[in-house]
Design a protein around this ligand. Structure first.
Ligand SMILES: Cc1cc2nc3c(=O)[nH]c(=O)nc-3n(C[C@H](O)[C@H](O)[C@H](O)COP(=O)(O)OP(=O)(O)OC[C@H]3O[C@@H](n4cnc5c(N)ncnc54)[C@H](O)[C@@H]3O)c2cc1C
Length: 377
């Protein structure tokens, strides 16, 4: 039976980046991925450039657009434009390219991948994981990373993350051409989708469009309305093929590690419950998961608790406010749009959120402060 320092379940963005971080430190890693090939992910690819610090890899070739403006609209009008000045802090990456780069680099540093293979059983024996797989082989590892995404089967099995996960209902599609979206802008369209919004993020030659509902488990079943929203981005033809995905979103601060096991990315319910930002928490969690496992392996310890603490401080505290903001904004979107997006200082704040310079916690504190001091900040 082959033994690895770490086995990772799921070879998406989170699993591959955890593998890369660990194998670059010299550890043996096996990724077990259930799909045969890297499928196109239903993801618009928007990412704060500051995330580069969490990846030991140059991924320039996966960046397709550098965004200078963020447009907000209410039912195709009442525009607000936020200027993302400075060093293009928000990028659009082509996910299939990005994921492949990550995986290839992890393999280059010695990680191995089994695909298409499913994990069937996990047993803990003498401080080691015994992993039985659908290829009838069994593998051993000292540590285990759960990175099996939104439909995670294993996070719940190990009691990692919320007991009752919450989901956003989303639709994703990619259309040829950019419609009416400038190549250096992204658009957030509010008002059409109840309890959510629509977004359009440009790649070089095509547009990633997404629709999502974030509260009340509202399905996106009004096809005529969905088509109208998609067409509002400047497309005449309505013969588009859409992908539906239930995206696991943040739902409270919970333990993300157990004894010798850690959950990362979507499987850990880290995705932003207001704007569906999941790349950033996937990269942050995979980075700190690798750091925690490294500390254990190099000091012969098993305690991964500092991982959950770091994720609570670095991400969870901000998301707690993100969830509150989502609950209010999506219930009263018109008021939210007028008071939140159309404020004089909003464009600057929005730019700071997208670039990762500011979290929802900072925004909330400013609002509370403003209410207390009646300042216009
Ligand atoms: C419509 C849409 C638009 C989005 N747009 C953005 C955006 O613009 N910016 C942003 O930051 N985020 C965005 N997100 C969120 C982002 O795509 C996710 O947060 C991110 O993909 C999470 O990566 P992951 O590796 O955790 O999960 P995934 O990428 O889903 O990878 C999980 C992997 O695990 C594998 N797997 C699953 N089960 C098993 C199993 N039992 N055994 C082995 N392997 C398994 C899967 O095949 C998959 O390869 C969007 C999401 C959606 C749905």
């Amino acid at each position: 039976m082959r033994e690895f320092d770490t086995i990772i379940i799921g070879g998406g963005l989170s699993g591959s980046s955890a593998a890369l971080n660990l194998s670059k430190k010299g550890y043996s890693v096996l990724i077990i991925e259930k799909e045969a090939l890297g499928n196109i992910k239903p993801c618009a690819g928007g990412m704060a450039s500051s995330m580069q610090q969490f990846l030991p890899l140059n991924f320039d070739q996966a960046i397709e657009s550098k965004i200078k403006n963020v447009e907000f609209r209410w039912k195709s009008s009442d525009n607000v434009t936020a200027d993302l000045s400075g060093e293009s802090p928000f990028w659009i990456i082509r996910r299939e390219k990005f994921d492949k780069l990550l995986l290839d680099e992890a393999l280059k540093y010695g990680s191995e991948i089994l695909r298409p293979v499913k994990v069937e059983k996990i047993i803990s024996q003498n401080k080691t994981w015994i992993i039985k797989c659908s290829n009838k082989d069994t593998y051993k590892s000292k540590f285990l990373i759960i990175a099996d995404g939104s439909q995670s089967q294993w996070a719940g099995y190990f009691n990692l993350g919320p007991r009752k996960p919450k989901f956003a209902n989303t639709i994703a599609l990619r259309l040829k051409g950019l419609g009416n979206i400038p190549s250096d802008s992204v658009r957030f369209e509010f008002g059409f989708i109840k309890y959510g919004f629509a977004w359009a993020f440009p790649l070089k030659d095509s547009l990633n469009i997404g629709l999502g509902t974030f509260i009340n488990n509202k399905p996106l079943e009004d096809e005529a309305l969905n088509n109208k929203v998609i067409k509002s981005f400047g497309f005449e033809d309505s013969s588009f093929k859409v992908f539906h995905k239930r995206l696991r979103i943040w739902n409270g601060i919970h333990k993300l590690n157990g004894d010798r096991v850690i959950a990362v990315g979507d499987s850990a319910s880290l995705c932003d419950p207001f704007l569906a930002e999941g790349i950033r928490p996937s990269l942050i969690s995979s980075y700190y998961a690798a750091e925690s496992i490294d500390q254990c392996l190099s000091n012969n310890k098993n305690d991964l608790n500092n991982y959950s603490t770091i994720m609570r401080n670095e991400w969870g505290k901000s998301m707690a406010w993100g969830k509150r903001i989502a609950q209010i904004f999506y219930r009263f979107p018109k008021t939210g749009y007028q008071l939140g997006v159309k404020r004089k200082t909003a464009p600057k704040r929005i730019a700071q959120i997208l670039s990762g310079q500011m979290g929802y916690e900072d925004i909330a504190k400013r609002v509370i402060n403003r209410l207390l001091t009646k300042r216009d900040d």
